[in-house]
Structures are given as structure tokens and as C-alpha cells.
Design a protein. Structure first.
Length: 560
């Protein structure tokens, strides 16, 4: 309480001592004193000395004229308060005070104390040298008037008055200097505080995580822009109002976390759940913390930090998928080797038997069927071996733009593509260079393009875009220290069922009649061999595959 009172007093003092505000008080004080003296002179003009009445009248009108001119200069014309202007003001005040003292018994005048006010004003407006100069000038005027009015030598009272004038000037000057120093320190602290608040506000406004703070009754205290965007609610318009119930309609997991933290005062907890708004559903990670407050002026508050963890979940799935594919690849290689050699022997034997002259037509037909199916099985085993052997055997500088042009042109002329489909290939200007195996990259781009050309509806367009990845395309949690190359393959087909998407890159997973389900598995392993990732987004309007390949330091680049 005492600190708060001191702060209030300090602020009021600083406000009063502000030069423009203080000079207005000087104007008011000057006119008030001159008016009072003039009224006193007029009330006694019949019995007073006419010379003294004339002096008082001249001083009154001089004060009015000079104050009016000064007011117009500073308040109407908004001119700065220069040091010369302040000296003129104080000298005029000394002349007015000397006039008042002269007409009221000189050295014995009760108005001699007005010199103290002028010296005090000088101490608050001028540096110490200027204060001493004004005090010396006032003392000379007072002393000259005292010697002019009275022929007697200087009395002790006059000398004492001069000492008081000087002491007050020095004391007030010291206090003023201390107040100005304190004010400068306060201003510096206030500027630093404003700077910190601006930095804090800028950080909170631009952070990708949503931040919501509520009081112990669920009233909204703070929400950043990301919170409103993630929840689809304009939270800034709800500051001070209960919001937990409204949040529950779109994000029950966040509302439950806030209720639990408010009710039980848990200092930290972590939870996950789904959120849905605008027809979109995605996982949300929520962390809540609580502060106890002091139970009186500062209530307990709860803050929730939450974010879309779709990328995190997707990367977890990619990691698990990579582990499963690695195990399948090892098993596939072993089985393919074990099966392929006996299969070749079986095919050769059946072919020899069917060529016998004693063989019947049925035997020849069955033999031909066995040979044909053996060849098909052999091709399948060869694809399996290709899947198992996918490795980036070399790391050369690869012109990715040339790879995309070659692979898409080959896929566009493939006989299995859907008729009536347009292929729109967009490749960014400038060098698009990655380090890797151009054969593997060609195979991956070809597989993705051919899949899109087969999956899209007739009369639609398959779009291929190759460019440097934007920051928004880079999933959080994946190390791309020098940025990434992005390839997007988008079709306008019927989409991939949700139950298939989780197994999409596993062998034998396919939605295409007659497909082996190895094309995407090989593509995934080829991109993974280059330390890249393959992401898929699909709905009923079509499917988009996004390939991200890391750039090396020599090919660093990222767009906004």
C-alpha cells in the first residue's frame, strides 16, 4: 500500500513539474498576484500615495500584457520552451515582485517573500547555474529597492531575507535535480517496460501455438490470434466473458483441460484430443498450467497452450511405417530368393513337358497356363526384390527439374493412363538441385505421376508442382536445416479411403484393380533413402502427394 501511494505521489509530482504544465501555473500565479495588488491599490487610492498607485497599475497591466503574449507564444503557436524564454519570464516576474515590494514599504514589505516563489520557479525550470543567476539578480533588485526607499544602513532583517532567498533557491534547485533524475529513471524504466510488453505482445501474436488464459470462474483474460484461428472463434471479442462452454462446442479436450485445471488447481498437465470446425478435424495437443495468485487482489489463473499436432502424428506414423517397411523388405528379399529359383526350375520343367510330341492338347493348355502364371509370379518377385533393394547407391548433384520433366513425360505416354486427362506440370524457375540417386528419384516421380493419371476422373487435370518448399509446407519435427525441395502431385479422383491411408505405403496395399501395391511402397523407400518424407492428403475431391527432399548447404533455400 505504501509503495502504491509513493508511486502515485511520484507520478503526480512528475506531472506537475513538466515544463509546459509548470509554466501555465506561473502564468496563473503572476496574474493572480498582480490582480490582488491592483485591487488593493484601487481600494485605497484616495488615501494612498499616487506614485505607488501608479506603479501598481503599471505593474498590473504589464503583467497582463506580458502573460498574454507569453501564452500566445507557448499555447497558441506551440513554440518550444527555450532557455532564453524561461529567463525572460523569470526576469519579468522579478521586476513585478520588485514593483510590488517597492509600493508596500520596501524592505519591510510583507510581499518580499514573493522573491522566494520566483527563485523556486527558477530552480524547477533552469539548471543550477541559471538558478544562481536569477537568485543573484533578485537579491540585487531587493537590495537596491531597500537602499532606495530607506536612507538607513542595511538592517539585520534585510540581510536575513537575502540569506533566506539564497537558501531557498539552492534547496529547491537540489530537490528539483533529484526529482528530474528520478523522473528520467522512471521514464527509462517505463520505456523499457513498454519495449518488453511490445516484444511479448509480438511474440504471443506470432507464435503458432494458441494461448488462452482464464480466471478461476472461466472468464477469458487473454487469447492470442492463433487461438482464435485454431478454434474458429473470435476470442478477442470475448475478453472478460466466460468462454469454456463455447470452447467445448469445438474442442472438448481443451474445455475439459481448463475445467480440470480450474477445479483442481493442477499446476501442469498434458493431454491430446480431436478438434473439429469448418468441416475439418485434426488432433490437438493441450498443456495447461495454473498460478495460485494471492487469493485477494490477484485471482488464480489458468493458461492453456495448444497446437495442431497433425504433423507430429503424421511423423509418428511415418516412423512406424518405415520400421514396418524395413522389416517387410528384409523378409521379402529372403522369400523372393527362396521362391524364385525353384519357380524357374518348375517353369522350365513344365515348358519341356508341354513340348513333348505325346502331350495332349489339354496338357499343352495347362502347361501354357503354368508358364504364364510362373512368369507373372516371377515379375512379382522381381518387383519385390526391387522393393527390398531400394537404396541410394550414389549421391550426385541431380537436376530435379530435369528428373520431373523426364518422369512426367514418360508417365503421360503410358498406355494405362486414364483417357481425357490433362497433365499440368509447373516447375519453378532457377536451379532445383538435390543430392541423390537420379534413377531412384526418377522412379519415385514416375510412380506418383502414373498413379495420379490412373486415379483421376476423365476430363480432369493432374497438377505437378516442383519448387522450393515454403515454411508452411515443412512439417514440424522433421530436420530440414537448409530447407527442402517440394514436389506436389495432385489428382481429382475419388480420394483414398481413410482405412487405406494408414497402410498406403505398405506392400500389397492398393485400391487399383490388378495392382500389386508395390509402386507406392517403392516410392516411399526411394524418398526415405534420400532422407525425405512423403505426405498424403486425400478427400472425396482428390488426393495430393507431397514429397519433401532435404537440400544440402550448397543448395540452401526456402521461400516464405
Amino acid at each position: 500500500m505504501r509503495n502504491s501511494l509513493s508511486l502515485v505521489v511520484d507520478r503526480r509530482l512528475q506531472s506537475v513539474l513538466e515544463p509546459h504544465r509548470f509554466i501555465r501555473w506561473v502564468y496563473v500565479g503572476r496574474l493572480s498576484i498582480a490582480t490582488a495588488i491592483q485591487i488593493a491599490a484601487l481600494s485605497s487610492w484616495l488615501i494612498a500615495d499616487q506614485e505607488k498607485t501608479l506603479v501598481a497599475t503599471v505593474a498590473f497591466f504589464a503583467a497582463i500584457f506580458f502573460t498574454g503574449a507569453s501564452f500566445a507564444w507557448t499555447e497558441v503557436n506551440k513554440q518550444p520552451l527555450t532557455e532564453g524564454f524561461l529567463y525572460v519570464q523569470l526576469v519579468v516576474d522579478l521586476l513585478i515582485v520588485t514593483s510590488v515590494v517597492h509600493v508596500t514599504k520596501g524592505a519591510e514589505s510583507q510581499f518580499a517573500a514573493l522573491y522566494i516563489l520566483v527563485n523556486a520557479a527558477a530552480a524547477l525550470l533552469l539548471p543550477i547555474g541559471g538558478v544562481l543567476l536569477v537568485a543573484l539578480l533578485g537579491a540585487v533588485m531587493y537590495l537596491a529597492d531597500a537602499l532606495t526607499v530607506s536612507d538607513a544602513p542595511l538592517s539585520t532583517a534585510v540581510i536575513l531575507q537575502l540569506l533566506v532567498f539564497t537558501a531557498v533557491a539552492l534547496g529547491t534547485s537540489y530537490i528539483s535535480a533529484q526529482l528530474k533524475a528520478a523522473g528520467q529513471g522512471r521514464d527509462a524504466l517505463a520505456a523499457e517496460l513498454v519495449s518488453v510488453r511490445l516484444r511479448e505482445k509480438d511474440i504471443l501474436a506470432n507464435i503458432r501455438s494458441g494461448i488462452v488464459s482464464v480466471d478461476d470462474k472461466g472468464g477469458l483474460l487473454f487469447a492470442n490470434a492463433s487461438a482464435s484461428e485454431l478454434l474458429g472463434i473470435d476470442l478477442e471479442q470475448r475478453i472478460g466473458r466466460p468462454v469454456v462452454r463455447e470452447i467445448r462446442t469445438v474442442a472438448p479436450v481443451l474445455a475439459d483441460a481448463l475445467d480440470l485445471a480450474i477445479g483442481e488447481g493442477l499446476h501442469a498437465q498434458r493431454t491430446e484430443g480431436m478438434i473439429e470446425h469448418d468441416g475439418r478435424s485434426f488432433p490437438l495437443g493441450v498443456t495447461t498450467t495454473s498460478s495460485d495468485g494471492d487469493g485477494a487482489s490477484v485471482p488464480r489463473t489458468t493458461t492453456a497452450i495448444f497446437q495442431d499436432i497433425s504433423d507430429h502424428k503424421r511423423l509418428e506414423q511415418l516412423h512406424l511405417r518405415a520400421q514396418r517397411l524395413e522389416a517387410v523388405a528384409e523378409l521379402s528379399a529372403s522369400l523372393a530368393h527362396e521362391i524364385k529359383n525353384p519357380l524357374a526350375s518348375i517353369r522350365s520343367a513344365v515348358e519341356q513337358l508341354s513340348k513333348r510330341t505325346a502331350a495332349t492338347d489339354d496338357e499343352r493348355t495347362l502347361g501354357s497356363l503354368i508358364v504364364r502364371e510362373s512368369d507373372r509370379l516371377s515379375r512379382l518377385l522381381s518387383e519385390f526384390l526391387d522393393f527390398a533393394r531400394v537404396r541410394a547407391t550414389r549421391r550426385d548433384a541431380v537436376d530435379f527439374a530435369a528428373v520431373v520433366r523426364g518422369a512426367t513425360a514418360l508417365a503421360a505416354s503410358h498406355p494405362d493412363r486414364t483417357d481425357g486427362v490433362t497433365l499440368d506440370v509447373r516447375i519453378a524457375d532457377g536451379p532445383l538441385v538435390v543430392h541423390g540417386d537420379d534413377d531412384l528419384l526418377h522412379r519415385a516421380v514416375f510412380n506418383l505421376t502414373l498413379n495420379a493419371l490412373q486415379a483421376t476422373r476423365p476430363g480432369t487435370t493432374v497438377t505437378i508442382i516442383a519448387d522450393l518448399a515454403t515454411r508452411g509446407q515443412l512439417p514440424r519435427g522433421v530436420p530440414f536445416p537448409f530447407g527442402a525441395m517440394a514436389l506436389q502431385v495432385t489428382d481429382q479422383g475419388h480420394g483414398i479411403p481413410a482405412e487405406v491411408q494408414d497402410r498406403l505405403f505398405e506392400p500389397f496395399t492398393t485400391t487399383k484393380p490388378g495392382g500389386t501395391g508395390l509402386g507406392l511402397a517403392i516410392t516411399h523407400r526411394a524418398i526415405e533413402a534420400h532422407r525425405g518424407v512423403v505426405l498424403v492428403d486425400s478427400d472425396t475431391r482428390g488426393t495430393r502427394f507431397t514429397v519433401l527432399l532435404p537440400l544440402t548447404e550448397a543448395t540452401e533455400g526456402v521461400t516464405e
